[in-house]
Write a protein that binds this ligand. Structure first.
Ligand code: NAD
Ligand code: IPM
Ligand code: MG
Length: 353
């Protein structure tokens, strides 16, 4: 098991340290991994001038799976665009064709009061957002800022081919088939042709999945429904940009973005696993970040990349146990619970294992 470890920036290294300790604690249980550290994001820009150095691409190619912390931060905000840390992350996703981003939003019962919504609206919440990750306005050409009629004009291109929509659609239908068999495809077909095609292809695909109930929702309504009545959703499938926004929104239903893991998979089943949140510059270096999303991402890695279901479930059970025992980082803290730092949370999860 060769894992390419990409701690990245901000809280990235802190949450990664604790996650690697958790994986280390599972070594005796068949998690025989070899960690190869590589640079990405701002850390890579500082060391090499590039957010995605050749050496990182090589290690990523050779590894069986990748585990990433987070990239970015104010330090690099005014760097030229090709030196922005986020380009490193987008570069790896594109390089490895990690088109299927799975972002599960699950409410642990102990966090019902940490959710932004009333407990009765979110209790039992279990949604899977399937986000397309290598297309859309994130990658479409042309893009840029140009001079036109004496002023600057910014432009990006929202573009999806039929084959790109079909392959993410299949992932979503298959996922729904294994769950409650309900798939909601989110688009903006009332305005955007790209997403008219998205809807058409989803409808065509649904003929192959008669057991899955397909519905469609415009993205503005979906954003509203997620906070009105989130339990109406089982699996949601959407494009890169809408999925980015909706998954951050969904994270707050679970109490904190520090709880939301993710897996990004390619057609060969290779995956990169990362929390859905960013580098949290406002709390970096203080040992207060929530490492659970990264640990839960590592659990997804054991499940999807290495078929180690029992060991993945052990991490998830340990997380449930520490929450039940009252351990909380600041983002999910409420009176009556026990506030801990990043490392203490790591200790608690390892003890629970
Ligand atoms: N996958 C990634 O690497 C990724 C994802 C999102 C944003 N980013 C980058 O991160 C930088 C900061 O972006 P942002 O502030 O918009 O989003 P962010 O997700 O980093 O932070 C948003 C808020 O959530 C909090 N938060 C995030 N993760 C947390 C955790 N594990 N525990 C406790 N609190 C947590 C932060 O403190 C902050 O208040 C930017 O450079 C952005 O591009 C990277
Ligand atoms: C950092 C950024 C490029 C990234 C994205 O937009 O995909 C992040 O927000 C995410 O959700 O993983
Ligand atoms: Mg995001």
């Amino acid at each position: 098991m060769k894992i390419c470890v990409l701690p990245g920036d901000g809280i990235g290294p802190e949450i990664m340290d604790q996650t690697l300790r958790v994986l280390e604690a599972l070594r005796g249980d068949g998690v025989n991994f070899e960690a190869e550290f590589a640079l990405v994001g701002g850390a890579a820009v500082d060391a090499t001038g590039s957010p995605l150095p050749e050496a990182t691409v090589k290690l990523a190619d050779e590894a069986d799976a990748l585990l990433l912390g987070a990239v970015g931060g104010p330090k690099w905000d005014n760097y030229p665009r090709d030196q922005r840390p986020e380009r490193g992350l987008l570069g790896i996703r594109k390089q490895l064709e990690l088109f299927a981003n799975l972002r599960p939003a699950i409410l642990y019962p102990e966090l019902a009061n940490a959710s932004s919504l009333k407990p009765e609206i979110v209790s039992g919440l279990d949604i899977l957002i399937v986000r397309e990750l290598t297309g859309d306005i994130y990658f479409g050409q042309p893009r840029g800022i140009r001079e036109e009629n004496g002023e600057r004009v910014g432009f990006n291109t929202m573009i999806y081919s039929e084959s790109e929509i079909r392959r993410i659609g299949k992932v979503a239908f298959e996922a729904a088939r294994k769950r409650d068999k309900k798939l909601c495809s989110v688009d903006k077909m009332n305005v955007l042709e790209t997403t008219q095609l998205w809807r058409d292809v989803m409808i065509e695909l649904s003929a192959d999945y008669p057991d899955v109930e397909l519905s469609h929702m415009l993205v503005d309504n979906a954003a509203m429904q997620l906070v009105r009545a989130p339990k109406q959703f089982d699996v949601m499938v959407t494009g890169n940009m809408f999925g980015d926004i909706l998954s951050d929104e969904a994270s707050m239903l679970t109490g904190s973005i520090g709880m939301l893991p993710s897996a990004s998979l390619n057609a060969a089943g290779k995956g990169m696993y990362e929390p859905s949140h960013g580098s949290a510059p406002d709390i970096a270096g203080k040992d207060i970040a929530n490492p659970l999303a990264t640990m839960l991402s590592a659990a997804m890695m054991l499940r999807y990349s290495f078929n180690l279901e029992t060991q993945a479930a052990r991490i998830e059970t340990a997380v449930k146990k520490v929450l039940a025992a009252g351990y909380r980082t600041g983002d999910i803290y409420e009176p009556g619970t026990r506030r801990v730092g990043t490392k203490e949370m790591g200790d608690a999860v390892i003890a629970a294992l």
